[in-house]
Design a protein around this ligand. Structure first.
Ligand SMILES: NC(=O)C[C@H](N)C(=O)O
Length: 483
């Protein structure tokens, strides 16, 4: 059963050749057998999953099911789920039972999807390897000595290890696309404002965006259909009609103009990834696309700008964790100041503290103009680069990260080298444009990722292009040995 994609399982459920209870039991058993080595889940909600599956079967029998009804999913443990622990991978929220449901997970509940549980992540989504989680690192099913990427590494490992059909992720600086690239998945970061952020615990609010992670573009289309849409509870949610993402998957790529940003194929890019993308270019040309070189001249400024803006916003967002109303509280505080100080010192891990300090510094009176304001100006220049590029091309093709998955422990003691792995993904967040990551090949048994970036609200086109590529390649069909 777990070899099948979401689209195939959806068919099987509708045809009643399979029940959601059977499917859910199968996945729960796989989690029990295989997640010990991957550590992709923080919480498995077996009981409620089986209840949801039974309700889904009843709904299918009654003839009012949708494509997601009865499909076992997993959610990044950054989405609030009512009555369940929502930890954000942090000791700070280890004891936090959410009193409300996020819009995204509510939409999946309304669609009749089953939630198997909550997946591991870098603490508060700060990281690119899922090693900063309070619950220990997640391992990559393609090589368990290696990271699955991050911060949505638990979702990536769970989907790649066939421990759920598809999963949600969030992408602030690449957290959906980079782990998708490291695990041979398809992952979509929508346009900022396309998917509601309500109930998605805030990291850097002007960059955060939820999106789907699955094995195919076709499955991502089905997931995004549920996730996308206006939400009055999120002031940055955009009131734009949601297209039928599955309807245009088969559109021809004839005449599609693809741009290759020369800055993304410069020094530092792994040779195998570069070769894989060259081969993909040929595939796209064979499908009727025209490919040309473009320039995103301010790309090299993206990392410094992001690592000022994201920590600045994080330092403000994370000030709510004070040990008073919810979350971790230190033992025997001497007074209120001691309560704040020790609860935060004991509740947050090293990377979160680093970012709070960097962000607080960048926002402080004497340095605001030199760092935060300057970073915001760079952000505008990066957005302008994309706008200029989309005058010449329809989409941009580039790698998701400079190298394939690295070893656990390899970079964790050197934060800057970890930040540098985000070089190709964070520009899309700074500009707010959508991007889809998809597998482009393998080297030494490790997946190689590429991404397509499009103009605002071009998700349907990105899914279409990825789907057409997946019709003529089989990278997305490969499974890691033992899974
Ligand atoms: N959250 C993300 O998108 C990951 C990024 N590497 C960060 O640490 O900010």
């Amino acid at each position: 059963m777990h070899e099948k994609t979401l689209a195939e399982l959806s068919q099987a459920l509708q045809n009643k050749t399979l029940s959601s209870v059977e499917l859910t039991q199968h996945y729960l058993k796989r989690i029990e057998q295989l997640d010990g080595s991957l550590n992709s889940y923080i919480t498995v909600t077996a009981e409620s999953a089986l209840e949801q599956a039974a309700a889904a079967d009843a709904r299918i029998a009654a003839g009012n099911a949708g494509p997601l009804t009865g499909i076992p999913l997993a959610h990044k443990d950054l989405f609030c789920t009512q009555g369940q622990r929502t930890s954000c991978g942090s000791k700070m929220l280890d004891n936090f039972i959410s009193p409300y449901e996020s819009t995204v997970t509510q939409r999946f509940l309304d669609a009749g999807a089953v939630s198997l549980g909550k997946t591991n992540l870098d603490e508060f989504a700060m990281g690119s390897s899922t090693e900063s989680s309070f619950y220990g690192p997640t391992r990559n099913p393609w090589d368990t000595d290696r990271v699955p990427g991050g911060s949505s590494g638990g979702s990536a490992a769970a989907v790649a290890g066939r421990l759920c059909v598809a999963a949600t992720g969030t992408d602030t600086g690449g957290s959906i696309r980079q782990p998708a690239g490291f695990t041979a998945l398809t992952g979509l970061k929508p346009t900022y404002g396309r998917v509601s952020r309500w109930g998605m615990v805030a990291y850097a609010s002007s960059l955060d965006q939820g999106g789907p992670m699955a094995r195919t573009a076709e499955d991502c289309a089905l997931m995004l259909q549920v996730m996308a849409g206006f939400d009055a509870k999120d002031s940055t949610s955009v009131e734009q009609p949601v297209p039928d993402y599955s309807a245009s998957l088969s559109d021809s790529l004839k005449g599609l103009r693809i741009g290759l940003p020369k800055e993304y194929f410069a020094a530092g890019l792994d040779a195998a990834t570069s070769d894989a993308i060259s081969a993909a270019v040929k595939q796209f040309q064979a499908l009727g696309a025209e490919v040309r070189e473009i320039s995103l001249p301010n790309a090299e400024l993206a990392i410094p700008a992001y690592y000022v803006i994201a920590p600045a916003e994080a330092s403000s967002n994370l000030s709510r964790f004070d040990g008073v109303r919810f979350g971790y509280r230190c033992d025997h505080p001497a007074d209120l100041t001691d309560l704040y100080k020790r609860s935060r010192a004991e509740g947050f891990g090293a990377e979160v503290k680093r970012r709070i300090m960097v962000g607080t510094y960048a926002l402080s009176a004497g340095y605001y103009d030199a760092y935060y304001l300057k970073a915001q100006k760079i952000r505008r220049l990066i957005k302008n680069d994309f706008m200029a590029a989309y005058e010449q091309v329809d989409v941009i093709l580039c790698p998701t990260s400079p190298t394939p998955a690295f070893k656990i422990g390899e970079k964790i003691d050197d934060p800057v080298s970890l930040y540098l792995t985000d070089i190709y993904t964070i520009t899309a967040n700074l500009a707010g444009v959508p991007g889809i990551a998809l597998p482009a090949g393998f080297a030494n048994g490790l997946p190689l990722g590429m991404q397509l970036l499009g103009p605002y609200f071009s998700e349907a086109r990105l899914l279409n292009i990825a789907h057409q590529y997946q019709q003529v390649t089989d990278w997305h069909q490969r499974a890691p040995a033992g899974y």
